[in-house]
Design a binder for this molecule. Structure first.
Ligand SMILES: *[C@@H]1O[C@H](CO)[C@@H](O)[C@H](O)[C@H]1NC(C)=O
Ligand SMILES: *[C@@H]1O[C@H](CO)[C@@H](O)[C@H](O)[C@H]1NC(C)=O
Ligand SMILES: [Zn+2]
Length: 403
């Protein structure tokens, strides 16, 4: 068998004590245990967004019941309102949310650049006008880390200079080198390196040379983990997976890799095959009002008339609280009158993502991941002709053939 279970010991503060890791000797695919301060995280893992405002329709207790070991906190929103002082008083974001497991916070930069029109990036940081009171605010690498230190998250993200993945030219190069300089400022600013793991973010857009240069530089730093950034922004899938592969090829094997902004089931499966460990994406909770639910054969739109008298669960094989209790017909009826239907589907969606990751992990540990991928694709697409070409190509590079 090409699958090898190893014991790595004390490599970084993330793989803190000895951690269980299963590597495939022939492919980059792996399953790991990340020892984080609030509990061990089994990878590959999908991290739902867990903060007020964004987490529409699910409570932290429900997230806990679904077995979620790590969720995302939103630095930009929390840093603005209620502000880091209040959250620090509440014993950090864990205390404020009453969440007992791990939290990952973003740097705040991405939200700023994407949500606030009047933002300006200089070497100092990201300057923007507060949408709450119009005051000018500078989010520097030091400021971002100070906020994340107050929030007390288990994993913090460096402030990076974000450019859209479809931008090309000198701006991408500038942003890449600036992100490397900002990484050093973030490392220096971290007051709690013993319990707050700072992740670097690999940039470089879709330019292979630049991304490789960024990988070379950033992997010289002894950070506990790496994120692959600057993708999932509307680029071609062929560019996307090649940049993911380039990154996983050059990242140290013994540290976790977090692919930012990826959450569609097919993307998750392919990128686990390519050697990524952690994922996040806001989409399972974002467009909730359309009544669409994730299922192994794609998605199911509960508001469609065909479900009005259907007494099956959304997915009869799903063990989530929604599928155990409610039928498609009930949810269909509820949707007309009540936002509670969205809440039920959100729970199902998050459960679907977490279960998908757990089954992938189990299949890796059992040494049958390629079979898992073949079964997954067969259920997701009516026929092999419909398999996306990029997924077939990407899986081919790690010797997973689909037919
Ligand atoms: C794929 O399989 C071929 C032939 O069996 C082997 O030579 C090659 O090293 C494998 N590549 C990967 C990435 O596993
Ligand atoms: C569930 O996931 C689907 C698929 O992405 C999405 O379109 C839908 O809005 C989600 N529904 C809820 C209620 O979160
Ligand atoms: Zn369900």
């Amino acid at each position: 068998s090409p699958w090898l279970a190893t014991q790595t010991s004390h490599l970084t503060s993330t793989f803190r004590s000895s951690s269980f890791v299963v590597f495939c000797l022939l492919t980059p695919t792996r399953a790991c245990d990340l020892k984080l301060p609030h509990c061990t995280v089994s990878t590959p893992v999908f991290m739902p967004v867990g903060t007020q405002g964004t987490m529409k329709g699910i409570t932290v207790d429900q997230l806990d019941d679904l077995g979620c070991q790590i969720c995302l906190g939103n630095t930009y929103h929390l840093g603005m309102r209620p502000g880091p002082e209040l959250i620090e008083k509440a014993n950090g974001l864990h205390g404020f949310m009453n969440w007992k497991r791990n939290l990952l916070t973003d740097s705040g930069g991405f939200q700023m650049v994407s949500l606030v029109e009047l933002s300006e990036v200089t070497e100092e940081g990201v300057k923007f006008k507060s949408p709450y009171d119009g005051k000018e605010i500078l989010l520097s690498p030091e400021q971002s880390i100070a906020i994340q230190n107050s929030l007390g998250s288990d994993i913090m993200m460096q402030l990076d200079d974000v450019v859209s993945s479809t931008v090309t030219g000198p701006r991408v190069e500038e942003a890449t080198w600036r992100s490397i300089r900002w990484l050093d400022r973030c490392i220096a600013a971290n007051k709690n390196p013993d319990r707050q793991n700072l992740f670097a973010i690999i940039q470089g857009g879709l330019n292979a040379e630049l991304r490789k240069a960024c990988l070379d530089e950033m992997t010289k730093r002894d950070v506990p983990g790496f994120a692959i950034g600057g993708l999932s922004g509307g680029e071609e899938k062929d560019d996307f997976w090649r940049m993911v592969t380039l990154s996983t090829d050059h990242l140290p094997r013994e540290k976790p890799r977090y692919l930012m902004g990826v959450g569609y089931a097919v993307d998750l499966v392919v990128c686990v095959a390519l050697g990524c460990d952690m994922f996040d994406c806001v989409f399972p909770t974002r467009t909730a009002r359309f009544g669409s639910a994730l299922v192994p054969w794609g998605s199911l739109t509960i508001t469609k008339k065909q479900f009005a008298k259907d007494l099956q669960a959304i997915d009869p094989d799903c063990q989530c609280p929604t599928c155990r209790r409610h039928s498609r017909a009930y949810l269909h009826a509820l949707f007309k009158s009540d936002t509670a239907a969205m809440h039920h589907i959100t729970i199902h969606n998050i459960s679907y993502q977490l279960t998908l990751m757990r089954s992938m992990r189990q299949s890796i540990i059992d040494g049958r991941f390629p079979d898992f991928v073949r079964t997954f694709m067969k259920r997701m697409f009516p026929s092999p002709e419909q398999y996306p070409g990029w997924a077939v190509d990407a899986l081919g590079t790690v010797n997973i053939t689909l037919n």
